[in-house]
Design a protein around this ligand. Structure first.
Ligand code: GTP
Ligand code: MG
Length: 136
């Protein structure tokens, strides 16, 4: 079985959606292997979002992720990397499909960055790297 790193971003925690998001994950059949509420640091985010450094949304994204606590989760399950990204929906909350976490709950107004509630690793390599960053 596979593992992936999920973050419930500050908008999700602030809006009390942690339980609703975890309920969808568990209803799908994935296992919560690790879970913690934590404050990100700039150092952690620089590592986590290294691929986005230099992009126009990078600095707003880091500021957003520092704006409140996040819930970091390691999920286990067959094809869970792809499966969680499917549950999450596409990046832009306005066009993410209804029925997905981002499509049902996400917003892209009120902030310089898309407040799309969750992060999910995008490959086995990213998952291993990101789990090491958040659960070392
Ligand atoms: P993650 O699971 O959070 O990594 O989302 P993703 O893989 O769907 O998106 P990506 O890794 O490309 O971008 C990381 C995060 O940056 C997104 O989740 C958004 O919060 C933000 N972001 C990405 N692209 C844009 C953009 O074009 N504009 C804005 N405002 N924010 C963006
Ligand atoms: Mg990504």
């Amino acid at each position: 079985t596979e593992r992936t790193l999920v973050l419930i971003k500050p908008d999700g925690v602030e809006r009390r959606l942690t339980g609703a998001i975890l309920a969808r994950i568990e209803a799908k059949g994935y296992t919560v292997a690790e879970l913690k509420k934590t404050a990100a640091t700039r150092a952690i985010l620089e590592e986590h979002y290294a691929e986005h450094q230099g992009k126009p949304f990078y600095e707003p994204l880091v500021e957003f992720m520092l704006s409140g606590p996040v819930v970091a989760v390691v999920l286990e399950g067959q094809r869970v990397i792809e499966g969680f990204r499917s549950l999450a929906g596409t990046t832009d909350p306005t066009t993410a499909a209804p029925g997905t976490i981002r499509g049902d709950f996400g917003r892209d107004w009120g902030s310089a960055v898309q407040q799309n509630l969750v992060h999910g690793s995008d490959s086995p390599e990213s998952a291993a790297r990101e789990i090491g960053i958040w659960f070392s």
